[in-house]
Design a protein around this ligand. Structure first.
Ligand code: NDP
Length: 481
């Protein structure tokens, strides 16, 4: 590791009220390509969470009273420091999460861009104009920070998700307590280090720890006013239930099972090139990965052949090597889940058209996998695999394709490939998903909202809608003389 990464860049303590804090109990952090221990980080206790939440509470008055411009200056400075540290952050993400070094720089740049976007967006917050709605009174709407935001992130895009959550929360005038995944905390701790050189103590607190202890306590604490989770649907339900005890605001970005509908007129080569990335980017560990490929029948054989041909060319291997396009799954428990999904589907009669097996004896590399002959109600179609595994289904016609696409509990991302703009627009109306891509799948931008329908959660991330999530609306009514 030392030739790849300078070990001095690894921070392995928690940041509470501007101080670096260690703990008795530790969590080992594993490199997913070789299963070596990189370092160990604190397993935050309930008391640690309460200390961090109190620090954030104490810092929130002054932070919330800064002007949006002054808060923007802090976010822009952090964005610049993230860009200045891109080499270290990229290497840390690669060894901790297994993201290929060839692409991970793009995630860091997107994170820096989101900081800048929300720095500006925080200066544009607005409400309705003041007015007289009752005789003798003037009403004014104030949009205010909520207070302290508890932010819980998963392991699939650790730095990018941390920044995506903290930027709108801070820009809107909230202070934060952030808990990264127990599997992948290293870039978030490095981000905390960069932030601690800029922000006032207590504004940004970062705790590593287990969801079952630290995560639950964030949902429970009376010093947390809004909880925002990106994670699995079951975790979201637990967080919402715990948060209901204090009726704190809840924002949930949960799982997905994105369909990609390919109609008869779509070009197979263009579709295959697009889905090679949309389905296998980050080894499919992406909540919007195109996992259910639904093809109308005249195009089915062509699409299957094109996908097999393009996906079999993916360069899978050590993510620290520049030519690698797909790295390992991020942790061992998840690897076993993915393996079980594939084995179970084969046992229940599905056909493995490509891949389906572990690569090598060490680490968590899994072959890019295509599965056909699947039943709509089967586990592999209905549940989130979150790995490099797609199913291909044949639809009788366009309506049947939409019906299959909507027939899951999730509603996050979806796409349609066709040259007919009328059909594309009709499909985008009928698809019950928070995002519909047309003739592409997966492109995102800081300005546009992201969020799910159904059991993919509620609330929006990115865009001006996201910053509004972190504000309260207050009515001030003035009796006129
Ligand atoms: P988990 O739900 O297991 O964990 C997410 C975070 O929640 C982790 O920090 C975890 O801690 C914490 N956590 C776990 N249990 C609890 C609990 N009971 N109370 C509070 N916090 C808890 O998800 P994964 O980390 O496995 O991430 C994958 C999931 O995230 C997938 O379902 C994926 O679809 C979803 N996701 C959704 C996105 C979206 O935009 N909608 C984007 C990216 C991922 P710990 O690490 O200790 O388990």
């Amino acid at each position: 590791m030392s030739s790849f990464l300078n070990e001095d860049v690894i921070e392995n303590r928690n940041l509470i009220n501007g101080e670096w804090v260690d703990s008795k109990d530790k969590i080992e952090i594993i490199n997913p390509i070789n299963e070596e221990v990189i370092t160990s980080v604190p397993a935050a206790t309930v008391e640690d969470v309460e200390k961090a939440a109190l620090a954030a509470r104490n810092a929130s008055f002054n932070w919330g009273r800064l002007t949006p411009k002054d808060r923007a200056d802090f976010l822009i400075e952090l964005s610049n420091r993230v860009l200045g540290d891109i080499d270290n952050l990229s290497k840390l993400e690669t060894i901790n999460s297994g993201h290929p070094i060839s692409v991970v720089g793009g995630e860091i740049k997107s994170a820096a861009d989101r900081l800048k976007f929300f720095a500006g967006a925080g200066r544009t917050l607005e409400g309705r104009s003041a007015g007289e709605y009752a005789p003798g009174y003037t009403s004014i709407i104030r949009r205010e920070p909520i207070g302290v935001a508890g932010l819980i992130t998963p392991w699939n895009y650790p730095l990018l998700t941390a920044v995506t959550k903290m930027s709108p929360a801070l820009a809107a005038g909230n202070t934060i307590v952030l808990k990264p995944s127990e599997q992948t905390p290293l870039t978030t701790l490095r981000l905390a280090k960069l932030a601690n050189e800029i922000f006032p103590a207590g504004v940004i607190n970062v705790l590593t720890g287990f969801g079952d202890v630290a995560g639950k306590q964030l949902a429970k604490s009376r010093n947390i006013d809004i909880i925002s989770l990106t994670g699995g649907t079951n975790t979201g339900k637990q967080v919402a239930q715990i948060a209901s005890e204090t009726l704190k605001k809840v924002h949930l970005e949960l799982g997905g099972k994105a369909p990609s509908i390919i109609l008869d007129d779509a070009n197979p080569e263009i579709v295959a090139e697009s889905l090679k990335w949309a389905s296998f980017w980050n080894a499919g560990q992406d909540c919007s990965a195109a996992t259910r490929i639904i093809v109308t029948k005249a195009n089915y054989d062509n699409i299957l052949q094109s996908l097999k041909s393009s996906i079999s060319k993916l360069k899978v291997g050590d993510p620290s090597i520049k030519s690698t396009e797909m790295g390992p799954l991020t942790h061992s428990k998840h690897f076993k889940n993915v393996e079980n999904f594939v084995n179970n589907s084969e046992k229940s009669g599905a056909k493995i058209e490509l891949g389906g097996k572990k690569i090598g004896s060490k680490g968590f590399l899994f072959q890019p996998t295509i599965i056909t002959n699947v039943d709509q109600k089967s586990e592999i179609v209905q549940n989130e695999v979150f790995g490099p595994v797609i199913t291909i289904q044949k639809a009788e016609d366009n309506f049947h394709a939409i019906e299959l696409a909507n027939d899951v509990k999730y509603g996050l991302g979806s796409s349609v490939f066709t040259n007919d703009v009328g059909i594309a627009m009709e499909a985008s109306r009928r698809l019950k998903f928070g995002t519909v891509w047309i003739n592409d799948h997966g492109a995102v931008t800081a300005e546009m909202p992201w969020g799910g329908f159904k059991e993919s959660g509620y609330g929006k991330e990115r865009s001006i809608y996201s910053i509004e999530e972190y504000t309260n609306i207050k009515h001030v009514m003035i009796k006129l003389p």
